[in-house]
Write a protein of this length. Structure first.
Length: 391
């Protein structure tokens, strides 16, 4: 175990070869499942457990450290990458009490069948003494489940934030005490984009709440922990702000090249007008990279071919994902090509119903684009560039 303070120790595990999370989220580097031990003068608490496959590693760490008794297991979040080895830890420490909130208790009982008698249910701001150390529980739902809460070690000014502020980023440097780590910033942004962005307003609220606490340590459940909280809080303030950047994201799919001609021309026209553009071929692209660019995008343009009188299934899938992630984009359009007919524009707009965007003119053409079609693309680019001047 790694010492963080005189009272707090890291006992999490790494999962370098995991490449997919929730059968959806790509993991370029793998991930970590962070568990922490808090040792008071009278009682000992374990903050979260680990993914079921890694239970033995956590148990071995606790045994090697000579931890013969755990009084409390704090469950900040019921998802099984944090709670999944709870039964194994309870078997090793049968006298331990599971401390959590009512909603998390409900989830754990449903998913893991932990007996109700093992739980102590706490409420917001409630405290629990470990002797010379006090835990305070801050109910903080929707980052990213309705059960999430933070645990605060008052004496050490250390806050355990469960998934919030995390990163799928296994590294030997567990403590981040400085700003400017490009790889970590990218991993944290990917994590925010894929998992936290749908709950952007909650994230902004909790960043402010953490600022007000003036914590010394931020200890999330994935990735490194922070003895320089400003590193991650500053980035979250930027990502959760209401102001996007001068950026257009164009996810597209092209069956026979006509839609690709349109999006390539749109990219060139926008760049000539000083607008940054990111293209994503929906058949080949990493959805995590698409999500990362959506964090800052002011405009989203979906490019698609027509399939059976509607948008290509890859475009539908991409639009569904964008709608679920709820980025802060201000404008939306569609470009595409069809062979014999259908309605892809309205169907895509319907799928993107969660987005609070202004719909700009679309460019939907039949067959291969002509010079007149490219003029329409230029007009769309001009409209986007004009709109971005007001950001």
């Amino acid at each position: 175990m790694k010492k963080i303070t005189d009272n707090i120790f890291y006992c999490g595990v790494e999962h370098h070869d995991r490449r997919l999370f929730d059968q959806l989220v790509p993991l370029p580097c793998g991930t970590t499942y962070n568990s922490y031990l808090v040792k008071g003068s009278e009682k000992t608490a374990l903050i979260d457990t680990v993914y079921p496959e890694k239970a033995e590693e956590l148990i071995n760490k606790l045994k090697e450290a000579g931890i013969n008794k755990i009084d409390y297991i704090i469950c900040n979040h019921g998802e099984q990458d944090h709670s999944g080895s709870l039964n194994e830890i309870l078997e090793l420490y049968p006298a331990a009490t599971v401390v959590t909130n009512a909603k998390c208790k409900e989830f754990i009982m449903e998913m893991l069948h932990v007996d109700e008698s093992k739980f102590k249910v706490i409420t917001d701001q409630e405290t629990l003494s470990l002797g010379n150390v006090t835990l305070q529980f801050l109910i903080s739902p929707w980052v990213h489940w309705p059960d999430t809460m933070f645990t605060y070690v008052i004496e050490d000014k250390a806050l355990f934030t469960t998934d919030f502020l995390g990163a799928h980023y296994p590294t030997s440097e567990k403590n981040i005490d400085k700003s400017g780590d490009k790889e970590l910033t990218e991993a944290a942004k990917r994590y925010y984009a894929e998992i936290m962005m749908p709950f952007r307003t909650f994230c902004a609220k909790y960043v402010k709440k953490i600022r007000d606490l003036n914590v010394k340590y931020l200890l999330p459940s994935h990735g490194p922990y922070y003895s320089n909280p400003d590193f991650i809080l500053d980035t979250y303030e930027e990502w959760t702000s209401d102001t996007p950047k001068n950026l257009v994201v164009i996810p597209y799919v092209s069956m026979y090249g006509s839609t690709e001609l349109l999006v390539d021309y749109l990219k060139q026209s926008l760049e000539e007008k000083g607008v940054e553009v990111k293209l994503f071929d929906l058949v080949k692209s990493d959805v995590g990279e698409l999500a990362m660019e959506l964090v800052d995008a002011a405009t989203i343009v979906v490019g698609t071919s027509m399939v059976l009188a509607g948008p290509h299934p890859s475009a539908i899938n991409g639009a569904y994902l964008i709608n679920a992630l709820r980025p802060k984009a201000k404008y939306f359009s569609v470009v595409g090509s069809y062979g014999w007919g259908g309605n892809m524009e309205n169907k895509l707009a319907e799928i993107l119903g969660n987005l609070k965007v202004e719909k700009l003119n679309s460019v939907i053409i039949k067959g291969k684009p002509t010079n007149d079609d490219f003029i329409k693309v230029d007009e769309l680019a001009e409209k986007i560039a004009e709109k971005h001047k007001s950001l």
